[in-house]
Design a protein around this ligand. Sequence first.
Ligand code: ATP
Length: 582
Amino acid sequence: MKYMKLAEFYQFLEGTTSRIEMTNALVKLFQETPKNLIDKVVYLSIGRIAPEYTGLDYNFSEKSAIKAISAVLGISEHNVQQKIVETGDLGDAGKELFEKAGIKAGGSLTVEEVYDTLRKIAETTGYGSTKKKMELFISLLKKASPLEVKYLLRTITERLRLGIGDNTIMDALSIAFTGKKENRAIIERAYNISSDLGYVASVLAKEGLKGVERIKIQIGRPIRPMLAERMAIPSFILKKLGGKAGAEYKYDGERIQVHRKNDEFYLFSRRLENITNQFPDLIEFLKESIPQECILELEAVVIDPSSGAIRPFQDLMNRRVKYVTRFHIMMYPVAGFIFDIMYLNGEDLTMKPYPERRKILEEQIKITDRVNLATRKVVDNVEDLESFFLEAIENGCEGLVCKSLQRDSIYQAGKRGFLWIKYKRDYKSHLADTLDLVVVGAFYGKGQRTGYFGSLLMACYDPETDQFKTVCKVGTGFTEDDFKKLDEILSKHQINHKHPRVNSILTADIWYEPFLVLEITGAELTLSPVHTCGWDKIKLNRGLGLRFPRFTGRYRFDKRPEDATTEKEIIQMYKNQLQIRV
Ligand code: ATP
């Protein structure tokens, strides 16, 4: 298959803002892709070389890309720089320079060759790797047409902003290989337990839906996390859970999915990055405590080893560094509180009800100073739930996660549902919880903050339409340091038009691709004529907006944009708010 076909597909996507057109184009592409290449085409379309959890990245800077163009065309790096300033984009600059040099459509590059070479570039590490990566990339540029150059440059520098989300890919796969969108649920289940869309696509293309149904949990491949709904009134929580709940402390730390097979360990973050190297100390503690072959989940927190008391969340953030040293381990000692188990000695436990999974944990885990089970209590009345909640807060937790004890309380991978209900009360406002919103744009500041933005346009996520819908403009809660930090992060994600997956009535001064998630608090949710979250769903021609929004200071690097608070959750929060007031 010619790489030109992909390049033309990318070009088409760049010009469309309609999700239906995007899905149709993907369906056509998948149908025309040879079965043995489908996984590669999926990865390349989402701008990756392998699933995120492999941690495989190109590590190829814009500077290196400039060097490569200059070497192939025999022009100075300065000239390339100038073209980038002129066009505002590395890919466009590369394309124009190749056109100017009289390079015609190449046409010889194949998807196989591009994928294999890019993969080699990603896998090349260590001494001399920069040179080796450069040689490999130059070999591709030499065979590429200007249009292919544009997308090779964007791919290698991880800036291929096509805006295709997982949900759009799953819809397209379902239509392309089964003829209808309804089979998406089967594809989604396989994705939820494997976190690898390329692999699922490949099985689907080669073995059909039956093959996809046979996909099993595997050590080393993360399971997409089960998530909780939120409620603010204990009596409602109990009612929703059938009068009785397994209430567990909600530790305020980092969620970690642990995979173990004998001495082989993998740790995955909430957004399924491989973070095994960040917690060598925790792995040592786990070796003593957990079964030889299992997958389980815990919340890691920093503790005071002498008292066992939990230290604030900020302390744990100091452990979020690329290279953990003895200093980090000594200064910020961690403990793990295990709250679920999904796999044990070859057996998938996700379909077992929560009480059974908890019982297995109680039988299998050896409790030590550093590894414990989440503290829990079975409650069946409001007073007990309230006092357990206060006890959790007293012990440094955020609140409770109340879990269903019913027969259907399975581990719902990749789903947010009412089998788990979080109860975090924010006494200061009507809001029952903070919101995790995605930055999609910015408005210039006036006065003091000139040079930085004045406020950020924040959006929630709607998985139904795979879109980001606006909820508020936030300009308070930021420190000077935050402005600098945000400017640095966001400048890498600036685009010159509204992102195709952003649904906004407001026109921002600067647009960003949805990337960064921030925790936002506010006074209350109200009907809004300008925000698109919940549009027409509560009242015609009205959406929902957050009043008096404020940044809490918490960057949610652990969340992908698709993990942001959803439109459905915000609508529910709005309704709950009304109930509190009556
Ligand atoms: P939040 O921002 O409230 O942590 P979230 O979107 O990361 O929310 P939710 O599923 O909504 O995740 O809330 C549950 C989160 O609480 C889990 O992701 C996990 O990190 C944390 N947690 C702490 N203790 C527990 C527990 N005992 N059981 C389940 N989750 C727990």
